[in-house]
Design a protein around this ligand. Structure first.
Ligand SMILES: NC(=O)c1ccc[n+]([C@@H]2O[C@H](COP(=O)([O-])OP(=O)(O)OC[C@H]3O[C@@H](n4cnc5c(N)ncnc54)[C@H](O)[C@@H]3O)[C@@H](O)[C@H]2O)c1
Length: 276
């Protein structure tokens, strides 16, 4: 893909799924890539593939919830490559459970990774992106940052928060004239390990839900998702909807307004397997 050659791009959660595909597509497009994850094995696989392409890669173990480590990491990436142009705040986790039966600690964990991880990454890298004169913050929210579904209150909260944070930042950068583009990414169902890696409230049939998610709710490969995201980044789009399901559902939600909740809850109770 054009427009990425010589750029320094940082990808969190690069050991699997969308993050891995983004890192590889960036490497193929001539970007220098800083990859990180908490999963050392997945990260090593991504590194091997980037090296095989001939891409310049810096690989680090980084937990996105560790704010101070993120700040040290940002300085180290800038020093290693001499600049930083793009951060893809992609690392994330999924959780399934109705509000009534979800312990506070599980909601906090999802918010910690899926929201605070994005805030930590954005704030740690923003000074470097501004200094580059050609910066871009790319925050991965979800289709679940556009509408809510039952059993996903924690995830929905985090992903709506990512969208709010990102859209505010977009306007701040525009008003202050800073050289930083901002993109909020909203994937639909992507064929990754996210559901298999998820946790759930007691009594949730995770096995059944994972099979259903993998077979019926994922229409887009991570490679296709990465290409759609990078195309949006290249065009400096404020919002990127990834996959046909994301585009159709976003349209339906805008069309029905708050009534989508009634429509979705009756459709979901008919077609989806029960959460418990
Ligand atoms: N797969 C989908 O259908 C889908 C849909 C919408 C949004 N998303 C979002 O896309 C992003 C990527 O998800 P994916 O589908 O590729 O999932 P994935 O499980 O395949 O990959 C996520 C990666 O993030 C890493 N990670 C988890 N917690 C971390 C932490 N604290 N610090 C650093 N790394 C951590 C994991 O080790 C893993 O390698 C997530 O933010 C997810 O919420 C995914």
């Amino acid at each position: 893909m054009q427009g990425f050659a010589g750029k320094v791009a940082v990808v969190t959660g690069a050991g699997s799924g969308i993050g891995q595909a983004l890192a590889i597509e960036l490497g193929r497009s001539g970007a220098h890539v800083a990859i990180s994850d908490i999963d050392a094995e997945g990260l090593a696989a991504t590194e091997d593939r980037l090296k095989a392409i001939g891409a310049q890669v810096k690989t680090d173990r980084l937990n996105v919830t560790e704010r101070e480590a993120f700040e040290v990491y940002a300085d180290a990436v800038a020093e290693h490559f001499g600049k930083v142009n793009q951060i893809y705040n992609n690392a994330g986790i999924a959780y399934v459970g109705d509000v009534e039966v979800t312990p506070f600690k599980d909601i906090e964990r999802v918010i910690d990774v899926d929201f605070w991880g994005v805030v930590n990454g954005t704030k740690a890298f923003l000074p470097h992106l501004i200094a580059s004169g050609d910066g871009h913050v790319i925050n991965v929210s979800s289709l679940f940052g556009i509408f809510s579904v039952p059993g996903q209150a924690a995830y929905n909260s985090a992903k709506f928060a990512v969208r709010g944070f990102t859209e505010s930042l977009y306007q701040e950068m525009a008003i202050s004239g800073q050289p930083v583009a901002v993109t909020s990414v909203h994937p639909g169902g992507i064929k990754t390990a996210i559901m298999r890696n998820s946790t759930a409230a007691d009594g949730v049939d995770r096995e059944n839900l994972t099979t259903f998610f993998d077979k019926r709710l994922t229409m887009t490969t991570p490679e296709k998702a990465a290409k759609e995201i990078l195309d949006g980044v290249r065009k400096k789009k404020a919002r990127v909807l990834v996959g046909p399901d994301a585009k159709v559902l976003d349209f339906l939600v805008r069309l029905s307004g708050a009534r989508y909740q009634t429509l979705f809850s009756s459709a979901i109770s008919r077609f989806l397997p029960p959460v418990h």
